[in-house]
Write a protein that binds this ligand. Sequence first.
Ligand code: NIG
Ligand code: FE
Length: 421
Amino acid sequence: MKLLVKNIKGLVGAYELAPALLCGKQMRALPIIENAWLAVEDGKVVDFGEMHDWPGISDWSNLEVVDAEGKFIIPGWVDSHTHTVFAASREGEFVDRINGLSYADIAAKGGGILNSARRLADSDEEQLYAHALQRVKHLISMGTTTLEIKSGYGLSLEAELKMLRVIQRLKANVPIQIKSTFLGAHALPMAFKEDKAGYVDHIINDMIPRVAEERLADYIDAFCEDGYFSVDDTERILAAGAKHGMKGKIHVNQFTTLGGVAACVRHNALSIDHLEELSEADLSALLEQQKSGQQTIPVALPSCSFFLRIPYTPARTIIDAGLSLAIATDFNPGTTPSGNMNFVVSLACIQMRMTPEESINAATVNAACALELQDRVGSLTIGHDANFILTKAIPTLAYLPYAFGDNLIEDVFVGGKVFRK
Ligand code: NIG
Ligand code: FE
């Protein structure tokens, strides 16, 4: 199968050689070729250039041609943090929050993550899979062509395995790359209400080995937060995950700074996600680590801040200090019931003062690094998956985040083919 996209107003993120993780000022550089063409063969990017340098094509047989006059081509979004598998929505809690309750108040009365865990325990795998599959198709139609999905609404061995098996089936049945993360340490289940140490032991001694044995997760996660899991719990879980080859992608600093960032840095976690709160000590730990050549990638989740009315991750502080940043949706029924990366890219510009280039890099190149898939997705590098968004006709690239809430996607291509639900 061959595809030629011609007359592209702006071809964004095309490279001869794959970019590495972008840090600090590097995040402002986003290559755009004006009046360009892009060639795809067997699902991979094979070449690109300017229309006036087009070498022409000797063999037009079996070639599909798309005319992108007035339109942009950008790499498909990489959403590196979601909880896409869940049993039911939680709009009741949304209304409770409008009426004055906080996320903590709702959790204290048995809502929140435990609400989702009760609903998940009651639903069968088939049903969970069917709903999650519809959600993933919807995400792809909004331009997400690489996805991470966590467990964490099971909170028992059996229910966590059920969630992870659903993710495994999704991996096998959708055309995009999916990575899975085991989040047994998401909240303390009722069965261990008075015994947090016992639950952490259960995660370490029973759950992690079983998940690893069945090869159900690529990464390990924990909700490092006051009232959930301590820095010490998180470190034990990170160490246990590492024994089985699962790097950490940790929920940290959503509401409070406990020292979880430094702990994640000590364990060379792959990413630290949320960071709505960030202390000087957290920043120093990341800068010290960077000097040694390692980098735990900060991931901001601006649509979670938007929905909960909590602070936004201080992106300017992070980027201006010379660090990297990725952005993701956090799609989940409690704190972010939207998996729309277009909105996240807009919010990053509007509320976190990231430039359109920084924001797009954070949602593509850096997000791919946060899933260790930078050699395959996140940019339109020769040899990489031909996953991209064809926009509607727009005046400039900045128009994309500027016109927030508009659907500016004409088509989403996965492996060089237009995606249809
Ligand atoms: O990333 N903070 C922890 N986990 C999710 C929320 C889970 C829920 O409320 O269902 C998050 O925001
Ligand atoms: Fe999350």
